[in-house]
Design a protein around this ligand. Structure first.
Ligand code: NAP
Length: 530
């Protein structure tokens, strides 16, 4: 049985030099949960990064099997924790046990995919242009490049994915796969869960004879610790998943550093859905049912929740609205992740409800007790957006607005002016897509992922997934935070010119001892060099 100590886990040691403490709250009952957590001190933040920096070179010289084995041990360690982990997370987040089991399976699955990626080595993107001493008028140098670890990475997890986007989520795992030491700022919404998982990672490092300093985790319910982590001179990159406010303030702190570093912040999104005429002519009711399911999935606590819908006025849209109204009226309220998110939801719904020209589709009664949220669906003419500043801002929870357009030109006009989003969804036929090719083109520019005849919630974890988007969906639209490609956030090119063969990293040596695919003189091959 693993014990929650409430302390920081710095290079494998549970320590607590500070005196300030906080407790986790059960959002369903409002009660404080057992064990208080020590706020990390600024000295402890410094220790984490010094240990991380000291561990860096040992991680670079570890074998491929050590790194892949580390990730596999983390995955099996999460499985071994079993009910103890699930019960604590359920108490801290109110997420149902079945959902947590599913999320843990996703987390162990994605972790093992990174172990495969470490073994196949393709993430190194090795490129070799062989030299030619006889070239005229100048000899051609031998140039070889591969991707390598950037340095210590600071990770901030989100409250809504306590496994898949938290201490052992994609950010930590992809950074370790790239051989970067990691320091995690635990989420105060699920601090006990964070500690249990941190212990698994530390044990896995020891099992594979890797330096303990390659992983540390600090607790804090305030912002000082997070800011100190991103401002520390030894931090080389930051990964954040959470709110726009949090991501933006950390990005501003990073930009103000003497030495700027990359920050990959994945933030909120409104994920617009566009209903095109041909699809609506045959299945408006069915689309409305799918939409309601997507809005309510996980009590709407997904960054990919469809927060807005655009349809063209007429009989089909009326049928869509009546189905959505009926379904939302019978959706029972459910408990949100923590009091802060719940309070923001209630305030956000009140703001939308009090906007002129916005009408509710169901009678929305927010339960008076606990962190329970009722589903809230509204409708408004699309012109209300221009006349109501802030109407389209994300409200995190089971809320969505259906905007009524006069024609598809209104949709196109909105899409042209909209801010960046993680996703956009189109319901249509192939004929619709041809007739609305410009809308598709505009959306392609504005979002990271385009969904056709589906819903944006429920992200597939795979090599081709892109989870990111133009600001404010993320601070760097070129990178994903989900799927194997997320490793590229923590790798930088290292180029070697005219280096003797034995002094090169194995991936770039003539004999290709790791057997990876390399671009040699413009041709992709696993062959060794003659
Ligand atoms: P959050 O409140 O922003 O918290 C995320 C983490 O950042 C926490 O550890 C938090 O610590 C810290 N933090 C927040 N503001 C900070 C600041 N100003 N300075 C330093 N640290 C700060 O987000 P959340 O409540 O976990 O999640 C809800 C939001 O996340 C929603 O808006 C949702 O759309 C978004 N989200 C996005 C994605 C995505 O992939 N894009 C995925 C999931 C969720 P404290 O709690 O101590 O402030």
């Amino acid at each position: 049985m693993t014990l929650i100590t409430g302390k920081q886990l710095i290079a494998g040691n549970a320590v607590a030099a500070g005196t300030n403490r906080f407790a986790a709250t059960n959002p369903a009952t409002g009660e404080s949960l057992p064990c208080e957590f020590f706020e990390a001190t600024l000295e402890e933040v410094g220790q984490c990064l010094e240990q991380a920096d000291a561990a860096f070179y040992a991680l670079q010289t570890a074998s491929i099997e050590q790194i892949a084995g580390l990730l596999e041990s983390i995955a099996s360690g999460l499985e071994t924790l079993s009910d103890e982990l699930l019960d604590r997370t359920h108490a801290e987040t109110a997420l149902p046990i079945a959902r947590l089991q599913g999320e843990r399976a996703r987390t162990t699955g994605q972790t093992r995919k990174f172990a495969d990626l470490v073994r196949d080595g393709s993430w190194r993107q090795a490129r070799i242009d062989q030299g030619d001493a006889a070239r005229e008028p100048m000899p051609k140098p031998d140039v070889r490049t591969l991707l390598a670890a950037v340095g210590p990475v600071v990770v901030f997890g989100a409250s809504n994915f306590p496994y898949a986007i938290s201490v052992a989520g994609t950010d930590t795992i992809s950074a370790l796969a790239a051989r970067c030491p990691v320091v995690v700022k635990a989420h105060p919404g699920h601090p006990g869960t964070c500690e249990l998982i941190a212990q698994v990672i530390s044990a896995a490092l020891a099992e594979h004879n890797l330096p303990a300093g390659a992983f540390s985790m600090v607790q804090s319910a305030g912002h000082e610790v997070g800011l100190a982590l991103v401002e520390h001179t030894l931090t080389a990159a930051v990964a954040f998943t959470g709110s726009l406010r949090g991501g933006r303030s950390l990005a501003d702190a990073v930009a103000a550093r003497a030495e700027p570093i990359p920050i990959y912040a994945e933030m909120g999104s409104t994920n617009p859905v566009f209903l095109l005429p041909d699809a609506m002519a045959t299945r408006s009711k069915q689309i409305a049912e799918g939409y309601l399911q997507s809005v309510n999935m996980g009590v709407g606590q997904f960054c990919t929740s469809p927060g807005m819908v655009f349809g063209i006025e007429g009989e089909q849209l009326q049928s869509f609205l009546s189905t959505a109204g009926e379904k939302s009226a019978v959706t029972p309220p459910a408990t949100m992740l923590h009091p802060g998110i719940h309070a923001a939801y209630v305030k956000g719904v009140e703001r939308v409800a009090s906007s002129i020209r916005v009408e509710p589709l169901n009678s929305i009664q927010q339960p008076a007790e606990g962190c329970q949220a009722a589903c809230a669906i509204f409708t408004a003419p699309v012109t209300a957006i221009a006349s109501t500043p802030g109407l389209t801002d994300e409200v995190f929870g089971p809320v969505s607005v259906v905007y009524r357009c006069q024609s598809s030109d209104d949709m196109l006009q909105y899409a042209r002016g909209m801010e960046g989003s993680l996703t956009a969804t189109i319901h249509g036929t192939e004929q619709d897509l041809q007739e609305h090719a410009e809308l598709v083109q505009v959306l392609q520019r504005k979002v990271g992922r385009l969904v056709f005849n589906g819903f944006p919630t429920g992200i597939e974890v795979c090599a081709a997934m892109h989870h990111g988007g133009p600001y404010p969906a993320s601070t760097h639209s070129g990178y994903t935070s989900i799927g194997q490609a997320s490793i590229f956030r923590f790798a930088k090119p290292s180029c070697f010119q005219d280096f003797p063969n034995p002094a090169l990293p194995p991936e770039l040596q003539d004999a290709n001892p790791t057997g990876i695919a390399r671009l040699v003189d413009g041709r992709l091959t696993t062959d060794s060099l003659a």
